[in-house]
Design a protein around this ligand. Structure first.
Ligand SMILES: Nc1ncnc2c1ncn2[C@@H]1O[C@H](COP(=O)(O)OP(=O)(O)O)[C@@H](O)[C@H]1O
Ligand SMILES: [Mg+2]
Length: 242
């Protein structure tokens, strides 16, 4: 693989057998993502975005094609947070570390760092049900970052949150991405969000899920969602989805 490519999807297809019928979910998906890039995937509901992320993480196997990852250090953030309800905030963040064999004392140190870095100080001993949606997703993000990933995958991480909380978390994600040099692949259902964050946007179409276009976003950062160039792009991309 070329040295600066972190994720390479080659000819990914996926079909499921439903009620004796073949349903083609993904058809011949090809893309490359460079180290340090922030890429969003947008497309209609049901076009296979979540399936594609699961295939990249290895949670699901494609019917054909393959994924090459330049690093095994990969973490995922989920829309519904996917926290363990019976564990405290600090135990949730420590979970993956302990599972991967990190010593308890080292894990505790990492968890402390994450808690202060991601804005969770004071709620370490609380359980997820005692937290707001925004704080729960902070735990989801802290847990993902605790394993020191090089590749971060996010599946509509902000869509269950109110607009103000989502805005704050987007800004925090951008600063983590920049400071850590992460490679980010994020599914979004909001074109505005994708244009605000991405270096490139993968636009998908449905039935079966295909890549319609990969669009570079060359706006300067920080981006102003009220600028004409910003919403011209948003309109343009929305027109391609609907
Ligand atoms: N394990 C599965 N078995 C059968 N069908 C599935 C499975 N997972 C996803 N699908 C179907 O694949 C399609 C794409 O789903 P998904 O990847 O969740 O789409 P998106 O995230 O873009 O909304 C949907 O029609 C869904 O019903
Ligand atoms: Mg989905």
């Amino acid at each position: 693989m070329e040295s600066d490519i972190m994720i390479k999807a080659k000819g990914i297809s996926e079909d499921f057998q439903i009620n004796w019928k073949h349903q083609y979910v993904l058809a011949d998906i090809n893309f490359e993502i460079k180290k340090g890039e922030f890429v969003c995937i947008v497309g209609p509901s049901g076009c296979g975005k979540s399936t594609l992320l699961r295939i990249i993480t290895g949670l699901e196997r494609p019917t054909s094609g393959n994924i090459n990852l330049a690093s095994k250090k990969l973490a995922m953030v989920f829309q519904n947070f996917a926290l363990f309800p019976w564990l405290t905030v600090e135990e949730n963040i420590a979970f993956g570390l302990l599972m991967s064999g990190v010593e308890r004392s080292k894990a505790e140190k990492i968890v402390k760092e994450q808690i202060s870095a991601i804005g969770l100080s004071g709620v370490e001993k609380k359980h997820p049900k005692e937290l707001s949606g925004g704080m729960r997703q902070r735990v989801g993000i802290a847990r993902a970052l605790a394993v020191d990933p090089e590749i971060l995958l996010l599946d509509e991480p902000f869509s269950a949150l109110d607009v103000f909380t989502a805005k704050k978390l987007r800004a925090d994600l951008l600063s983590v991405w920049k400071s850590r040099g992460l490679t980010v692949l994020m599914v979004s259902h909001l074109v505005e969000e994708a244009v605000e964050l991405s270096d490139r946007i993968i636009i998908m179409s449905t039935n079966p899920g295909k890549i319609k276009e990969i669009k570079p976003i060359n706006l300067e950062r920080p981006r102003n969602p009220r600028s004409e160039s910003f919403y011209t792009l948003v309109d343009n991309i929305e027109g391609k989805i609907h």
